[in-house]
Design a binder for this molecule. Structure first.
Ligand code: AMP
Length: 283
């Protein structure tokens, strides 16, 4: 039976008991409006741990002033049922007051330097400060042994890995593969903002990532690959934030120390911002 906690004290008591019993605790933080991709994170956490805690918190500090914080879909009841079915042991639903007891404005903040200046960080100023801030808080509240994050949010995963390692959090960060629709479209809570027509157009993101991978493996210069990808997406009606090839560590591809690469796209369809990426190796 999954238990739901809104209060930190009660959650910590439960976690304390589990730890005394020698159970390994897994953690899956989310913003809710859950889909199969999120439930797959719970499944993966269960493979690594004895008790999985999921959280749902729509974090205001990671949204920009003109972003979708107010209209972000909130479906708590349905999410709780899905998490219980996926084998989640405890659901943490912190209120704003629990997460930011002195208020979100002026709260203690995290800043991960360097990696947050590029890609989504360049287009969403302050976004990764908000992400790092809330994840550090959640890590401290839950104190799990491991935490699962999706590769769908590739840059976020790198930011969290860096922060966790640099701050010596004793938490194993486990990356999970991206779950896609049959069309190739990466599952995302934001897909539900899309009209039927936009949803069909959105499948071009994954196709473009595949073309970028093929061109990169064939030795096409990175600048040309990126220009072609951007032009292709624009011709289909996207407003492109970026279409880039980077090293696995997100350095410019030309400075990569190894053969691992990642193609990354962020683009708007109407008001909906979609991101996706594809990891690969060059010969
Ligand atoms: P969110 O609720 O969108 O903040 O996402 C919570 C977690 O789910 C993050 O670790 C995401 O990377 C992960 N996630 C979101 N979409 C997917 C997907 N399609 N496949 C795998 N993981 C995902």
């Amino acid at each position: 039976m999954m238990q739901t906690y809104r209060d930190l004290g009660a959650l910590r008591e439960r976690i304390g008991t589990w730890k005394q019993e020698g159970r390994r605790i897994g953690f899956v933080p989310t913003m809710g409006n859950l889909h199969a991709g999120h439930y797959a994170l719970v499944e993966l956490a269960r493979q690594h741990c004895d008790a999985v805690i999921a959280s749902i918190f729509v974090n205001p500090t990671q949204f920009g002033p003109n972003e979708d914080y107010a209209r972000y879909p909130r479906t708590e009841q349905r999410d709780a049922e899905g998490l219980a079915d996926a084998g989640t042991a405890a659901l943490f639903l912190p209120s704003l007051d629990v997460m930011y007891p002195f208020g979100a404005m002026g709260c203690v903040q995290m800043h991960v330097p360097g990696i947050t200046d590029i890609l989504c960080g360049a287009h969403r100023p302050g976004h990764f400060n908000g992400v790092a801030t809330v994840v550090a808080r959640l890590f401290n509240m839950v104190q799990p042994d491991c935490a699962v994050f999706g590769r769908k949010d590739y840059q976020q995963l790198q930011v969290i890995r860096y922060m966790s390692e640099e701050l010596s959090f004793p938490i194993e960060i486990i990356p999970a593969p991206t779950l896609r629709e049959a069309s190739g479209l990466a599952m995302s809570s934001r897909n539900q903002y899309l009209s039927d027509e936009e949803r069909a157009t959105a499948t071009a993101i994954y196709r473009t990532l595949e073309s970028m991978r093929a061109a990169c493996i064939a030795g096409t210069p990175t600048a040309k690959i990126e220009q072609d990808a951007e032009a292709e997406l624009q011709s289909l009606g996207f407003t492109v934030d970026y279409a880039e090839i980077r090293s696995a560590m997100l350095a410019p591809a030309s400075r990569a120390m190894d053969k691992r690469r990642v193609a990354l796209i962020a683009a708007f369809l109407g008001r909906t911002r979609l991101i996706d990426n594809l990891e690969f190796e060059i010969p």
